[in-house]
Design a protein around this ligand. Structure first.
Ligand code: MEV
Length: 438
């Protein structure tokens, strides 16, 4: 088998699929059938998806679910979530409903500043560079005017440009640290275009700066790129209620529940091994809405975890305490999101998701996403500190096991009845199926 190929991207889609099937599968016809089964019969729609990336061979489905009854700032939302993990949407929906009768989620965008940097090398006198920077600062703004014009009309643009000396960390390393307001767009293309122009202008202007020596005129632009670390693009979501109101079917002793819950959050605050899993639970909710709304979940993930480690130790993104018999639970997370541009106007399901959310502004979407993250965290901690996580998780996973073993309708009914009062484990489901099939 030769699995090396030149010019794969130049092949037609059919040729690509043929090559994959012939090269990697003992039965190429079955592989072809499987790949093509996921092609959309609507050619226009398929072409749209084909062109999102290079070398598309097929579509990869993920389910889109709805977590209804999210009461956020006194308004109800049905939250679309795209995720493969079986228990996530159920958990979000359960939390949403629970908090809807306890005052709902309160959210607030604390700041919405984005960041980008021009990283460059300059080995001359630092004071001369600072004087040069001051002398060209207005030129830097005017050089980007054609790019920022439209954004300025929407109330955004470049907020500030700073020269930062990083030579104590790396010889000759300086940067332009640039802050942006991008309103309803995530702004990645806008920011990167501005930065590349700033880099060009900086380099060119250096040639005409008389106080530079010939060597100093040689500013070397290393790269111009936005930062996914956006600690000043921050949103807060919180819930609170009297401890006694926490009671429900599985929370018979609300005081004990609240204390254990707070302790669980405090453990995540001090113990990084726990904090990573704790925050992963938050990201279950965050990523699912970020994906459904056509935003960049890798950017959000990278920024969230960097924020969790901002003080030099990785810690919990959420906080909980009890004060005067009132339970408080909150989350602060940086979220660089957009509701215009990018996939938001291209992907039909993203457009639908945004419509279900009532066509939110970027700020509103930040708030919805943060509330979902907090709801997810609440659901996980509630299970962990009461019944344990496996009960709910395995109940949801039961379907996957049954599907995997092609259970019939009758078998499903028998299995469901049996597990009404038995603990679901993978082995016990298989054993039961085997017994039913004897
Ligand atoms: C599983 O996807 C997420 C949890 O592990 C989160 C947590 O432990 O807090 C349940």
């Amino acid at each position: 088998m030769n699995s090396n190929i030149a010019g794969f991207s130049k092949l037609t889609k059919e040729e690509k699929v043929q090559w994959i099937a012939q090269t990697y599968f003992a039965n190429p016809d079955t592989a072809l059938d499987t790949i093509k089964q996921y092609w959309n019969s609507n050619q226009k729609l398929q072409q749209l998806h084909d062109e999102f990336i290079e070398n598309t061979i097929t579509n990869f489905y993920l389910p889109m679910g709805i977590a209804p009854n999210f009461l956020i700032n006194d308004r109800y939302y049905s939250v679309p979530m795209v995720i493969e993990e079986s228990s996530v949407v159920a958990a979000a929906a359960k939390s949403a409903k629970y908090w809807s009768t306890r005052g709902g989620f309160k959210t607030k965008v604390l700041s919405s500043e984005k960041i980008g940097q021009v990283h460059f090398k300059y080995t001359g006198n630092s004071n001369t560079l600072h004087s040069f920077f001051q002398s060209i600062k207005s030129q830097l703004y005017s050089a980007t005017e054609s790019i920022t014009k439209n954004m300025q009309k929407r109330g955004g643009g470049i907020l500030d440009i700073q020269l930062v000396d990083k030579t104590h960390e790396l010889k000759g390393y300086y940067q332009l640290h640039v802050t942006f307001e991008t309103k309803d767009s995530m702004g990645a293309n806008f920011i990167n275009s501005c930065l590349e122009q700033l880099g060009k202008t900086l380099k060119e202007a250096a040639w005409y700066y008389d106080s530079f020596s010939e060597d100093e005129k040689e500013i070397q632009i290393i790269m111009c790129i936005l930062s996914n670390y956006v600690p000043n693009c921050l949103v807060r979501a919180s819930v609170s209620c009297p401890v006694s109101d926490l009671a429900e079917k599985k929370i018979e002793n609300p005081v004990l529940f609240a204390e254990k819950f707070v302790q669980a959050v405090q453990i995540a605050a001090v113990e990084p091994y726990r904090a990573v899993t704790h925050n992963k639970g938050i990201m279950n909710g965050i990523d699912a809405v970020v994906l459904a709304s056509g935003n960049d979940f890798r950017a959000v993930e990278a920024g969230a975890h960097a924020y969790a480690a901002r003080n030099g130790k990785y810690t919990s993104l959420s906080h909980a305490y009890i004060e005067h018999d009132v339970f408080h639970f909150s989350l602060e997370i940086p979220l660089a999101l957009g509701t215009v541009g990018g996939l938001t106007s291209l992907h039909p399901m993203v457009k639908m998701a945004l419509e279900i959310l009532g066509k939110p502004s970027a700020h509103e979407l930040m708030e919805i996403v943060a509330a979902t993250g907090l709801a997810q965290n609440f659901a996980a901690l509630r299970s962990l500190t009461t019944t344990g996580i496996q009960e709910g998780h395995m109940k949801m996973h039961l379907n996957n096991i049954l599907n995997q073993h092609q259970a019939t309708h009758a078998e499903r009914q028998a299995v469901a009845a049996f597990f009404e009062n038995h603990t679901v484990t993978h082995a016990s489901v298989i054993e039961l199926l085997e017994n039913l099939r004897k």
